[in-house]
Design a protein around this ligand. Structure first.
Ligand SMILES: [Zn+2]
Length: 92
């Protein structure tokens, strides 16, 4: 395992997914979050691409502006409350 380089690069991490489809991604470096377009939720390729595109164009700043981080957390909490009953590991 070597991850000296990856610590310097911005990196996308999926923070929330529904049935294997990513709905919210976050940058590991600046902690900014990217939500998939509601229209493509459930479509794996489209959802991934939408998140990836937002990630690639975002203004990546290492966490420094506390305000921005708090705002992100607040938004994440709100959306988590709305969908708290979803269970992604269920299969029928
Ligand atoms: Zn970033």
């Amino acid at each position: 395992m070597r991850y000296t380089l990856s610590m310097l690069e911005k990196k996308l991490r999926v923070v929330k997914q529904i049935e294997g489809v990513p709905v919210v991604g976050a940058c590991e470096r600046c902690n900014k979050q990217f939500a998939a377009d509601p229209h493509v939720i459930g479509q794996l390729a489209m959802a991934k691409r939408g998140i990836q595109e937002q990630f690639e164009v975002h203004d990546c700043k290492p966490i420094d502006s506390i305000q921005n981080a708090l705002w992100t957390v607040r938004r994440a909490t709100e959306s988590a409350c709305l969908q708290s009953s979803g269970d992604s590991s269920r299969s029928s």
